[in-house]
Ligand binder design. Sequence first.
Ligand SMILES: [Zn+2]
Length: 801
Amino acid sequence: MRQSWLFSVVHKLLHLFNWLLSTPAYIRYALVLLLTAFYFCLPSPLFDVPYSTVVTDRDNHLLGAHIADDGQWRFPVADSVPKRYIQCLLAFEDESFYVHPGVNPLAMLRAAYQNIRSGKIISGGSTITMQTIRLARPAKRNLWNKVIEMVRAIRLELHLSKSEILTLYAAHAPYGANVVGLEAASWRYFACPASELSWAESATLAVLPNAPGLVHPGRNRNTLKTKRDRLLNRLLEKKVIDTLDYQLSIDEPIVEHPATLPRLAPHVLASTLKKTPGTIFQSSLTEKTQQQAIAVVERHARTLRLNQVHNAAAIIIDNQTAKVLAYVGNTLPDKNNADHGNQVDVIQSSRSSGSILKPLLYAASLNDGLIWPRQLIKDVPTYYSDFSPQNYNRSYDGAVRADEALARSLNIPFVLMQDNFGTERFLQFLRKTGFTSFPKPANHYGLSLILGGGETKLWELAGVYSSIARIVQGYVPRQSRYDAADLSMPLLNKHDTLTIGKNLSTVPTWLTAGALWFTLDAMTRLNRPEEESGWEAFASSQKIAWKTGTSFGFRDAWAIGVTPEYTVAVWVGNADGEGRPGITGGSAAAPIMFDLFRLLPSTSWFQTPLDDLNEVAVCRHSGMPAGPNCEVADTMLVPHCETRPKPCPYHHLVHLDQSGRYRVTSDCYSPSHMLTRKWFVLPPLTEWYFRHKSPLYNTLPPMLNGCIDETLSPMEFIYPTQNVAVYIPKNIQGDNEQVVVKIAHRNPTSKVYWYANNIYLGETSQYHQMGMQLTTGTHTITCTDEAGNRIMRRIKCLNKE
Ligand SMILES: [Zn+2]
């Protein structure tokens, strides 16, 4: 059957071909010419017009749009047209759209008849395809143009599918004033995407292009309603809608005023306009979270403005996918519309990092086995040749647990940690995470890097902390393996995805899950430092790992919070860099961060990555690997690592006389009468500060008269630090001033005698510091005490350039 049908077609074609061959040549040429002309009769591209730049959320909800270059609100051509609108449009304009080949002779005859009868043009009998051609190339309405339109319509039908033609029509239909296309009209008149239009709204937008002048608030609205309702009635008759739908629809009022388009992501729109103008950027944002996040930032911005702080930015990331849920690039302009740089996208701006990188250094040090979480780190006056770090509260703890140093954001322990880790290595480590904001060599930043000596971007910061959450959260479910895809900057494009599961390995791509888990754990125990008074007010019921940062001169206030599910990062300050007293991460940025967390569903906590933790014996006092003299060793978990910190150096065997009140040595006391004890002894300088903060610290008993301790020196140099050059200070006239050398003595009542290059300088008691006139070159400083103890340091003096 099928074969015979095919045979008949081929037979007829051959017949036609034979007939063509028999015709005169000029007919053949004319025919070829006509066919060629027909083939090329469509202008390319069909629509040569500029489009608006559009940003939507992940569900296609409009977040913002920029007008097209020709001043029209013309959204880029969509992928499809909503079904409801199509049914309205075809019922109104072109009922046999799916059947005709581009032109509909019957409709044209009917239109001609109607026009003649009424004596004026009521209908053009044009199909949607013909109207699409006319929208693309508007031309004077005459018979000749109509013929061209018809030919091109037929050609378009051969070129595109019916639904593609509908998409083109919908995208370019006029909707009054400068609104072009269904999507723009839908937002402008009904403040919703075309996919959410009701029957009444769809009907309104189906009849409007026929007479776009009908949409003017307050004018012609009755005419428009009549047209709309007539169309709804037709839909009812054709059983497209039921009676209930019909009743509800005709009761819907006609649009009053055009809506203003949403402006929910101005900074994302600006960057889309720069990178891909005239396109739709479907972002990963969600309209609701974005709206709420803007409201939170604006609520705080009103208070901040009272203190002349005009800018703030916030970003929320879904950790599992790395997708950005909210992107608030800056505050809205104030009510006076004063220019405070609100158009600047602060999320992408480089700003001084303050203390916000400390958790990363802590994690890197844990990862490399340089420290353990409870290990004591020194917190004493520390001097480098050009730099002397200070804690925020200007005091010293002597020694402090590493996790507590992070929780309290102490500066000195972290400068020592960076010195120990190596600035160059720390920079390499930061760059490996994806930070691009540390491009300069190590000596540019120096040891102040960890205190905010470098600049970073909220975007990159949020990306790195979100990566940390992914690594720790993924470790246990993936059977103790790492996924290279976890380390990723945030994704703002809905269609970008992490390639999860392709590169699984037991070897970490970056840091171990154990080191990161301990870091997050320390960040939950943030012991608010003095700078952040009033923090209890926003303490959250949720468990959140968080850290704040404040840059030098109160220019930048940061806060970042992490849970397994979300990362929230906030920056507050002035875009022009003007600092304001009292603007700190804790007082200005953290409250916004906590309020943003309140918008999100409640979160869980990270599973402990037991496979990446080791059980070890830890000295209870020092938090370091327990040595033979340690009094109590606890069994604890620490991050797995091949190397480990040095064993506890602070526990010593101490020999006492029979009374237990004096220390003795075998040189001055009979060993058979000695008592031997394990004793926790910090170096003199550390002890000086530590014992004030720790009442339980037992200082060493004094030496028995006539005994000298060769092992535990009671004295320690404070300044100059070992192996650090000393720059000779100068007065205003440029003359050399004294170099002040400082030492600490364990015994508060002891006197100290000072020598420079074996020349006696004088004695000190209680506070041991001595000014000395030194020339450039190397000098030997010696101190002795009443008991005959002696310390010596060689120092190198330089003239400051
Ligand atoms: Zn110990």
